[in-house]
Design a protein around this ligand. Sequence first.
Ligand SMILES: Cc1cc2nc3c(=O)[nH]c(=O)nc-3n(C[C@H](O)[C@H](O)[C@H](O)COP(=O)(O)OP(=O)(O)OC[C@H]3O[C@@H](n4cnc5c(N)ncnc54)[C@H](O)[C@@H]3O)c2cc1C
Length: 499
Amino acid sequence: MAEEDRHVRGYGTGVDPLVADVAVVGAGAAGLYAALTSAEEGARVALVSRSPLAQTASYWAQGGIAAALARDDSPECHSADTLAAGRAAARPSAVRVLCDESPGRVRDLERLGVSFDADRHGNLALGLEGGHSRRRIVHAGGAATGRRITRELSAAAALHERIEVLEPRAATALTVAGGRCVGLVARSRRGDAVTVLARGTILATGGMAALWRRTTNPPGTVGAGLSLAQGAGAELADLEFMQFHPTALRLDGPRAGFLIPEAVRGEGATLLDATGSRFVDELAPRDEVALAIQARLERDGRPAVMLDMRAVDVERFPNIAAALGEVGLDPRTDLLPVAPAAHYTMGGVACDLCGRSSLPSLYAVGEAACTGLHGANRLASNSLAECFVFGRRAALAACDDPEPSPCAEPGDSDHTRPPSDQTRDALWREAGLRREVAGLRELLTDPFPLARLVAASCLAREESRGAHQRTDHPGTDPALDGAHTLVDSRLQPRFERWT
Ligand SMILES: Cc1cc2nc3c(=O)[nH]c(=O)nc-3n(C[C@H](O)[C@H](O)[C@H](O)COP(=O)(O)OP(=O)(O)OC[C@H]3O[C@@H](n4cnc5c(N)ncnc54)[C@H](O)[C@@H]3O)c2cc1C
């Protein structure tokens, strides 16, 4: 497109639209990387970000990126661990793509200036986390991986001549014309709107874990991309699979829900119940550890179990020690009260292996997407890898979409209103670690649309699997192996098997 086409008069809301090749919503790891990849391909990119960097989940990522880089490792071995963690619900083709391509993306990040921690021989230092049979977690600054990556990527995006950053602005609606997505409406805090016209629109808005009362996520992580996609007619999938991280700090105040990562258990931290005894394999996959903790909490009538990090080299985790210090805890001497909290959205906008949603020219990447990769339980550190692997694939696909029609009417409703406190309480209560049918039926009437969709998905899956545990269906139904739950706005769920 020629430079003079950039602002087309008389379009939509009366404000000149910004014409780009690719519109990206969200500036976490997935959005930044997708924006940079598109720009490197020669595309003009509009990057819309609602919040400053510190409010992305990516910024808080502590463990690292899973990639089969060790001599004794292979993409096949990484795939086997991912499929096992996914509880027979992960999509094998998506798993293969992630595990094959993740090492290449780590090398790309190094080229972009991210400096990962090295061992004393100068090789990448690889951490071990729950559910991984090999050391394969690449990290930066100890447990400051997300911070380091987003810092480098956002600096590169801000300087890139083909990336226009619209910040702070929230995408409030997608524009659909001729059966495809042709861009979006982005509003400032004061409410003034900019319309963006683009060949391809990529949602990189993160997950929805902050819809649950207790969460490890920043407060804005409330599924805005899912609401936008749904409002435009795209399908959502697997919303019943919310991962609860086992070891979130169980305190009130500013550090409530602060996550103490698996990597700490990988280095020897143990979990202790009220009698001071260990009760679970600390390096089992997350669903297993979270459920074991929940069972102990219910048995002992306590709000927390204790994480014992006293034998761990705290120097390796300086930002964890600093955060604990803020609330008067010293991991070298104190036991740390921890309990599960909503952490990661395995479901999302239903996508193919290039991030394409069911609405042409609309893509989703990172935690907003559901490629089926994680099945019923995400393997630790596979999500940052997903941001880069599928972020790149979607960016390349979006650049090839046809030019949008300039006479499309932009959407005018706001699909991204925040949830009430009552909704967050209801999701924690009714769609928490263990779910009952009566509570889920009640959740079907919640005023917040995404809460109703979660309830419908939970009710449809009449079994227990990974992160979804029904008290009335405690077993796994083999007939649902490999089945993904799709749900529409009429709350009509159906199952599909994806190749
Ligand atoms: C505490 C913590 C630790 C973690 N540790 C790890 C780890 O070690 N390894 C790992 O692999 N994963 C980890 N995860 C998960 C991982 O960080 C996330 O899955 C991943 O970073 C999600 O990236 P994203 O780019 O999809 O979304 P995010 O990083 O959440 O970014 C979303 C972006 O979208 C923007 N946005 C949202 N709505 C709108 C809107 N309407 N308009 C405009 N912008 C919008 C937000 O402002 C933000 O910029 C961790 C998560 C947490 C919370």
